[in-house]
Structures are given as structure tokens and as C-alpha cells.
Ligand binder design. Sequence first.
Ligand SMILES: Nc1ncnc2c1ncn2[C@@H]1O[C@H](COP(=O)(O)OP(=O)(O)OP(=O)(O)O)[C@@H](O)[C@H]1O
Length: 238
Amino acid sequence: MMNNSVEVAGLVVRRGGTTVLPGLDLAITAGSITGLLGPSGSGKTTLIRCIAGVQAVRSGTVTVLGEPAGSAANRARVGYVTQASSVYPDLTIEQNLRFFADLAGAEHDRIAEVLDAVDLAAHRRSLADNLSGGQRTRVSLAAALVADPQVYLLDEPTVGLDPALRRDLWHLFADLAHDGATLLVSSHVMDEAARCDRVLLLREGRLIADATPQGLRADAGTDDLDEAFLRIAERKAA
Ligand SMILES: Nc1ncnc2c1ncn2[C@@H]1O[C@H](COP(=O)(O)OP(=O)(O)OP(=O)(O)O)[C@@H](O)[C@H]1O
């Protein structure tokens, strides 16, 4: 499997009678941050669901850490943070994290560190139901962190967060990758692409670019990543 944590080959997915992914091939290098960008409806969540192993697939293969996506072996090795909050509203933040640590067979001594990392230590005894949207997003992220997975699938993890928190989370992502984890992070925000080792641009379920941020800028002939995306999209449409 070389140095790839994720390998996708000939992936075709239909949802609601429409072909959402018409045949995707890609590989994601271990120990790196890959940004998944593209317009709303381009198939980012669908691709992440395939890698998490929760999406019905028409054809093709998705291999994660050498095993088919969704296999039992990958359950504790892959952390998937969806756009919807996945925490229990009637438990405190700390109780939620204990529950998710137990589910993953992880030690509880990681919980305090994780609470600090997502800046929720002061709220650890608050019921999840009483949190703001941005705080709940961070509890969902913390639930993935306590399990200490090898692969993180993060679907728009910074939506609704203020700039300081977004910056802190991107530092956390960089630390995780530095320690060997593989992160796939979807986003609508091009300035977040600049923080990735590599960027995948999706449009209508097709990969229209797979490059470093620097490579994207050079390819499009502009320093502005928003503009680079538009230029690449227009070129592919022509
Ligand atoms: N549950 C569903 N049933 C049928 N079609 C769906 C379903 N969920 C998504 N789709 C369709 O699949 C396509 C890709 O959706 P997807 O959620 O993967 O895109 P996305 O790039 O993640 O969008 P966004 O950035 O808005 O979250 C869209 O055309 C969408 O309408």
C-alpha cells in the first residue's frame, strides 16, 4: 500500500437517482493534511462518507489503511466528524468524551489534553445541549480526538468558528499530521487550502486539481487561491 493511507479507484456513487461521483481515482499520503475543496454539491461529503465506509457505492474500491473502507479493523483507526453534531445532548462534555473513549477502547487520560486542545476545558461539566453551535462542533471533534485514530475525516470542521479558534484548530491538525496521522479536511474556504499539504478540488464529482497550494497557484498563474480555483474550474469547463 506504499505510503498511502487512503486509495480510491474507479469510485462511482449514485444518490437520489443522480450520479454524484462518476468514477474517482485518488490516493492520500499518510501523515499529511489533504484539503478537499469544491462548490456546494460537488460531492465532498459523499467522498468522505465513502472513505468512512458509510456510503453505498455502485462500483470501484476504497481502501483505508490497507483494508476496505468501513471494515471492522478500521473502526477505531478512522475518526469521522460529520457536519451534524454527533454528541449526546443530555450528557456533559466530559461524559460524552468518556463515552467515546470507551467506545474506541481508548484511555481516559487523554480527555483533559483533548479538552484543552479544543478550548473547552472550562465547559467540561456543561451539558452538550447547552452549548453553542461552534462549541458543539468542537465537542464532535474532541470525540474523534479522544479515540486517537490514524485517519481523520473532518467534514467542514471549522464552520461557524471565529478566526482565532480556526487558527488554533489548524495548528492542532498540523500537530496531528506531524505525529503521523492522516487528515482529510473538507472546506468551502480557500484560505484554509493554504494550510494543507495538498489540495483536492472537486467539481461535479470529478477531481479537477490535485496539487500543493503552491502548485495550484503556479498552475493558475495567481497567488490568490480563490482566483486559482475559478481559473482551473473555467479551464476544465472549456
Ligand atoms: N441523501 C441524499 N439523497 C440524494 N442525493 C443526495 C443526498 N445527499 C446529497 N445528495 C446529492 O449528492 C450531491 C453531492 O452532495 P454532497 O453532500 O456530497 O456535496 P458537498 O460537496 O459535500 O456539498 P456541501 O459543500 O454543500 O456540503 C448533491 O447533488 C446532492 O444533492
